[in-house]
Write a protein that binds this ligand. Structure first.
Ligand SMILES: [Zn+2]
Length: 405
């Protein structure tokens, strides 16, 4: 079922404003001012452009939304699960993808460098090339002697163009950033203006192409409130063209359950008139799949809780965040059970607050529990961390999604 929703945003690829609604992501933050937690709900409708088929969030990202989303997540969440022994890490795969373009004395710049994991990896792998490394981001989280930091709002790269006119870039990289950028065509255009004539851009984004690995998107953060855009090989080809770039290499990889699209772009020297203004394979299918899988996980957790409650057993829930909130929204009987003290709530950070009148206990107390306790977060790296943390505690602490996967 789909309906046409008129909104204020226009498509960032073609400029049209007619959307086919796909689904709505519900996110939010806890208002912790009072003892009783209140949820500030943020809804992000995701739609497909009826003109070019690009998929993106169809409401504008206002300063207030940006503030709420990025302020509440001061720490970057784990992007990847641990790399299994003997396998390449995502960073090794990234640098291997553009390694043949690295020349002596190259200037490599990471746009949206975050904690600098990618740059640190390049620094250690290509020491003999005397590379000059720079980072561009809102904040200098790297604090490194070997990386020059340039502070910039990634949505307004105009301010740093003069700097890179002086120190042009051989390889500009931007991994898992383009999906957060309001205007991707403008972002790529401005990155390209920072390049030497034969410079290249390396981009990595979550891959929503229909032939990507989309079997288990429910446990990934592919659909995320900070992700404005959902890309496929076809949509990025069109976006690159509009930015005066062409794709010179591309690779699809899967790490854990995360499908990744790696692209190398270079400037086109002659103006080409594009004949492809419509995206043949859009991200619609991947986004739909993520929602149906995610709802399946919530349903699996509900069934397990319900079973215990029917047997008159008390149940604990560990991790009182976004998934917990959606669980009680989808299954109001869980809220009733919480109100009736049949469900205990555990969360390290929220301990001392109450929800539905019930005290949230610190997860440090989980070592002593005797009831079944279910891990609530669905996102795989979070679950992995909680499982590891609790493995020496009590065998009753259960990842309810393991059987479901
Ligand atoms: Zn469009």
């Amino acid at each position: 079922m789909s309906t046409i929703v008129a909104t204020q945003t226009s498509c960032e690829v073609c400029g049209h404003t007619a959307w086919q609604h796909i689904d709505t992501l519900t996110s939010g933050i806890w208002d912790k001012q009072a003892k009783e937690l209140k949820r500030q709900v943020l809804r992000f409708p995701i739609g497909q452009c009826q003109h070019c088929s690009h998929v993106q969030v169809t409401i504008p990202y206002t300063d207030a939304i940006f503030g709420a989303l990025y302020f509440s997540n001061a720490l970057e969440p784990d992007m990847w699960c641990d790399t299994p022994e003997g396998e390449k890490s995502p960073y090794e795969e990234m640098s291997a993808f553009f390694a043949s373009y690295i020349k002596m004395g190259a200037h490599i710049v990471d746009f949206g460098a975050g904690g600098g994991a990618t740059l640190k990896h390049i620094d250690s792998q290509f020491k003999e090339f005397s590379i000059k490394l720079s980072s561009v981001d809102f904040h200098d989280h790297i604090q490194s002697n070997t990386v020059e930091h340039i502070t910039a709002n990634l949505n307004q790269l105009d301010t740093i163009l003069p700097h890179f006119a002086k120190y042009p870039i051989n390889i500009a990289i931007s991994t898992h950033v383009l999906e957060h950028i309001v205007e991707p065509v403008r972002y790529l255009t401005q990155m390209s203006e920072c390049l030497v004539e034969d410079g290249i851009i390396f981009i990595e984004v979550p891959d929503c192409s229909p032939d990507a690995f989309t079997d288990n998107l429910g446990v990934t953060n592919i659909v995320h409130c900070q992700h404005i855009h959902y890309y496929t090989k076809d949509s990025l080809k069109l976006i690159a063209e509009k930015a005066g770039l062409k794709i010179i290499n591309q690779q699809q990889l899967t790490t854990g359950d995360i499908p990744r699209l790696l692209l190398l772009l270079k400037k086109v020297t002659t103006v080409q008139i594009s004949h492809h203004s419509v995206i043949k394979h859009s991200a619609k299918l991947a986004v739909e799949q993520r929602f149906s899988q995610y709802n399946g996980y919530l349903g699996a957790l509900f069934n397990r809780i319900q079973q215990k409650l029917t047997q008159q057993e008390k149940v604990g829930l560990w991790g009182i965040g976004g998934d917990f909130y959606l669980l009680i929204q989808s299954y109001p009987s869980i809220l009733t059970a919480i109100e009736n003290q049949k469900i205990m709530l555990y969360d390290y950070e929220l301990a001392g607050h109450t929800f539905a009148g019930q005290e949230i206990l610190s997860s440090t107390g989980l070592e002593l529990v005797v009831n079944i306790v279910y891990i609530v977060p669905i996102y795989a790296p979070t679950r992995e961390r909680m499982t590891k943390l609790s493995q020496n505690w009590h065998p009753q602490i259960i990842d309810p999604y393991l059987d479901f996967e």
